[in-house]
Every structure is written in structure tokens, then in C-alpha cells.
Ligand binder design. Sequence first.
Ligand SMILES: [Zn+2]
Length: 89
Amino acid sequence: MQLFKNRRAKVFFRDGYVCQAHRVGLPRCGYRAPPGTHKGLTTHHLVEGSERIDDQLTLCSPCHKVVNRKEVDDRRKEERREEARACQS
Ligand SMILES: [Zn+2]
């Protein structure tokens, strides 16, 4: 668990403890954790299952929720497209 904590801390540090919402297609958020803490911040995985720091991003909790919802929507849209294609053939 200590390792996990360090990795998260590295992601936060690299991103300056600032929410990186603009890097995942959301409006610029600019939320910054209070100095010396990472209060309100979470790490978002750009590549599912990857634990590489390069594949992770700092987001605040509200933006993280929006991104997760958006990803679910995109996946559903993709599934519907696949179904449509299957019907045509
Ligand atoms: Zn944010």
C-alpha cells in the first residue's frame, strides 16, 4: 500500500497539485490542493490497469466523476454502433 501512496503522490507532484481536467477534454478547472496536502485530488488512469505514472493524471473529485461518466457514455455509444453494424450485415 505504501508503494501505491508514493505513486499517487508522484502524479500529484508532477501535475503541481492542480486538477488536469483540460487534458481530458473538460473545461479548465484549476482546482489546486491546499499547500502541503493533496486534499480533494484523485488520480485518473488514462490507460486502464496501467500503474505507470505517465498513464495517470491528477483530477479533483468532481472532475474525476465527470470524466468517469463521460467514459461510460462513450463506451455505450461505441456498443450501440457495433450493434447497428451487426444488424446491417
Ligand atoms: Zn477539477
